[in-house]
Design a protein around this ligand. Sequence first.
Ligand code: SAH
Length: 365
Amino acid sequence: MPAPGELILDAPSRGRPPRHLMDLTGEQRRAAVTELGLPAFRADQVSRHWLGRLEDDPSAWSDLPADARGVITALLPPLLTQARTIDCDAGSTVKTAWRLHDGALIESVLMRYPDRVTMCISSQAGCGMNCPFCATGQSGLTRNLSTAEIVEQVLAGARSLQRGQVAGGPGRVSNVVFMGMGEPLANYAAVINAIRRLTLPVPEGLGMSARGITVSTVGLVPRIHQFAQEHLPVTLAISLHAPDDHLRDTLVPINTRWPVAEVMDAAWAYAEATGRRVSIEYALIRDINDHSWRAEMLADLLQGHLVHVNLIPLNPTPGSKWTASRPEDEEAFVGVLRRRGVAVTVRDTRGREIDGACGQLAALS
Ligand code: SAH
């Protein structure tokens, strides 16, 4: 049964990306290699190279007969072509714009911290949610990404880390956040499949911890309820940005369909079903949503719940009249939440000078 809002959420189809090993479950991989005339057990072997050892050159897979190494490339079409890469923070933040098979552009960002490596990835090319402060929102939705196009963004980062190509030496991806381009819950099936591919053990998946994964949404209420039923211990982040419908209708236009109260009910149901603390994203925009009285309203909404507020200083988009809050207003906002016992942190603005946040690299390419 289509969820309410399905029609406006569906992406136009522009020719599917070629089928890739990472689109397939373990069972489907065995069927696919059999179709190629190889014995079914080759599927696990190939998956161990791809996901376990992060090796992406089949010609080096010496445990496969030479002809099988050639045949298997049919399931490994290149999906992401590097269009542009820039780094900052002494090479510990790396942002890549990728060109897809049909020319669409997406981006991913790798952020290395002392104790973890986080990859911020895209779930759609463009976005249909039209939030006025977000660079991606300005150009609209191009299309949904396939499962493999999502997974391959993480694998590209994982490979470059393993090969010591990121400052700080060899490492592993510990966290994945769906905070690049797109609204992940508007591309539901591919995002869930990608999460399964990332978290199932090798050879079926990459073996990451689901607790290291965050899905960020504008608040597609029916999909949040559905997501809760997947019982994946993934963190849900809600892009709230305003505690009141009056302002949120402007900042996050889908609010006119699913208002604040419904979004928060769905978020608490998610916390209940998964035991995971919900993350609330709030971009602080000078004189728009950063008043102390709005902080009080936000506290009224959140107090007593399993929740954490992530304040994000607005990263102004080119031509926008909006800018980040004054430091004193930010401090006052934080102060109100703390006083009211609401857990809050201000997000560091990694990658700011390379337009690290929010759709800006692909927009420039
Ligand atoms: N569509 C999803 C995920 C992508 S954006 C969502 O909206 O949640 C990830 C986060 O960055 C969201 O909270 C989004 O509102 C925020 N964001 C977008 N543009 C921004 C900007 N210019 N400055 C600060 N945060 C921004």
